[in-house]
Design a protein around this ligand. Structure first.
Ligand code: ATP
Ligand SMILES: Nc1ccn([C@@H]2O[C@H](COP(=O)(O)O)[C@@H](O)[C@H]2O)c(=O)n1
Length: 218
């Protein structure tokens, strides 16, 4: 089985490009950010203080999480409830970094990701996040840092949103990167990690660049 690990900052295209490449390769797709978001959502729903590590760690006992790895049948559920849209709400995005910085949360979710990767039935899996190339699967067959200039990432994110101003969007994106960067380094490629800079590429070109790297490694 081929494991493709992709890291990168917010808005660099990790989810959309990984999904597109997984469809083209007939691979599974694992969105690891969804788990951190789902835990943050679960904490908010249950009145857990997202700044209090011990409460968050306690919440893990009741965190009943499921994610689909078929890129064409993506789902995320907590306690059987569909949370695909809820976990993208700004209130969740605003607190996810505080939840993700708790070491016990990271090791709990890392084990969960490794189990999902191990039990994949497809010929390969694309796993994307912030610490996939360095912590979750540092021995992956293909390791990619997907980047784009902050300007390009902000423009892409702003184009998606009709209700939020570009300025607020830009601020959220860079402040989340700043917080996340204190926990894991996803701005610099580790040894053996190939950088794909999509600043000057369109979406299809970026998917093709990833697919080509995977085919070259096979
Ligand atoms: N090469 C590209 N050219 C133009 N738009 C792109 C490109 N790659 C991704 N996009 C668009 O940029 C937006 C952000 O992409 P995506 O949500 O996949 O990023 P992400 O890295 O997963 O972000 P986050 O970490 O915040 O979840 C999407 O609207 C996506 O379609
Ligand atoms: N491997 C990862 C993936 C994500 N995070 C944290 O989750 C947040 C949401 O991730 P998205 O990819 O959905 O934007 C992100 O801001 C990180 O705080 C992580 O720590 N490690």
């Amino acid at each position: 089985m081929t494991v493709v690990a992709i890291d990168g900052p917010a808005g660099s295209g990790k989810s959309s490009v990984s999904k597109g490449a997984a469809v083209e390769l007939d691979y599974a797709y694992l969105d690891t950010g969804a788990a951190y978001r789902a835990l943050a959502w679960f904490c908010l729903e249950n009145g857990v203080d997202t700044l209090g590590p011990s409460e968050i760690i306690e919440a893990l006992d009741d965190f009943d999480y499921e994610i689909g790895t078929d890129p064409e049948q993506y789902f995320v559920r907590v306690g059987g409830e569909d949370v695909v849209e809820a976990i993208r709400e700004p209130r969740v995005t605003a607190v996810v970094s505080s939840v993700a910085r708790v070491p016990e949360v990271r090791s709990f979710l890392t084990e969960l990701f490794r189990t999902i990767i191990r039990t994949t039935e497809k010929p390969g899996i694309i796993v994307e996040g912030r610490d996939i190339t360095t912590v979750v699967v540092p021995d992956a067959e293909v390791r990619i840092l997907l980047t784009a200039s902050e300007e390009a990432r902000m423009a892409r994110r702003s184009a998606e949103l009709s209700t939020e101003s570009a300025a607020i969007t830009a601020q959220q994106l860079s402040s989340r990167d700043a917080q996340d960067s204190r926990v894991v380094d996803f701005m610099n490629a580790a040894d053996g990690v190939v950088t794909v800079d999509s600043t000057e590429l369109d979406f299809e070109q970026t998917v093709s660049a990833v697919v080509e790297l995977v085919r070259d490694a096979a």
